[in-house]
Design a protein around this ligand. Structure first.
Ligand code: ADP
Length: 198
């Protein structure tokens, strides 16, 4: 486990992790959540659970997800609004996989305004393309076929990468080198978050 200081008690942290598929967002979200005592909220995991349970959300998103494309912004806003309103997210959260489009970034601002709450930091994890492909092929998820991996990377560059510029404008953004060990990436993220507070 990464050797880092404990977070100061009572810290509310509202964090967004950005990064391409295979950047290690999910792993870092879990580590940050445990470190700060807040929930990691993975929209991909929530949607996969919905598909597995066969509920109406799952039926609505199943085909889109299988193609590697994005679920529509309105559906995602509903999902995220419900989740961020839950009591365990009141002190903070790590969003993993949302927002993924400029429209979703605007939706998130509205959702947080309504709570009311605000983001504390946005972390963009950067990994070279050839390393992403290598990691994706080594991963064993049912929806990870080569075509779907390529499509997800295309969708990331087209829809999600522009968010990095969007958040650069808000001064919330820290860009982190994701081509390091898990512990090193974690330490870099924690330093970036704590640096922003001082
Ligand atoms: P990965 O970690 O491989 O990028 P995720 O587990 O985050 O993938 O998401 C898997 C799939 O779920 C996406 O390819 C997409 O179809 C859907 N999905 C997850 N989050 C969103 C979102 N914010 N907007 C639209 N679709 C989403």
């Amino acid at each position: 486990m990464a050797a880092v200081a404990e977070p100061r008690s009572g810290d509310g942290r509202r964090l967004v992790l950005l990064g391409p598929p295979g950047s290690g967002k999910g792993t870092q979200a879990e580590l940050l959540a445990r470190w700060a005592g807040i929930p990691a909220i993975s929209t991909g995991r929530m949607l996969r659970q919905a598909v597995r349970s066969g509920d109406s959300l799952g039926e609505r998103v199943e085909d889109v997800m299988a193609s590697g494309d994005l679920v529509d912004d309105a559906t995602m806003a509903e999902v995220v609004r419900g989740r961020l309103g839950a009591t365990d997210a009141a002190r903070g959260f790590v969003l993993d996989g949302y927002p993924r489009t400029l429209g979703q970034a605007r939706d998130l601002e509205r959702i947080l305004d309504d709570l009311p709450a605000h983001l504390d930091a946005v972390i963009a994890i950067e990994v070279p393309e050839e390393e992403l492909v290598r990691r994706a092929l080594a991963r064993q998820r049912a929806d990870d076929t080569t075509d779907v991996i390529r499509e997800r990377l295309r969708v990331y560059h087209r829809e999600t990468e522009p968010l990095i510029d969007h958040y650069r404008g808000t001064e919330l953004l820290s860009e982190v080198d994701g081509d390091q060990t898990i512990d090193e990436v974690f330490d870099t993220i924690v330093a970036a978050i704590d640096g922003e507070e001082s």
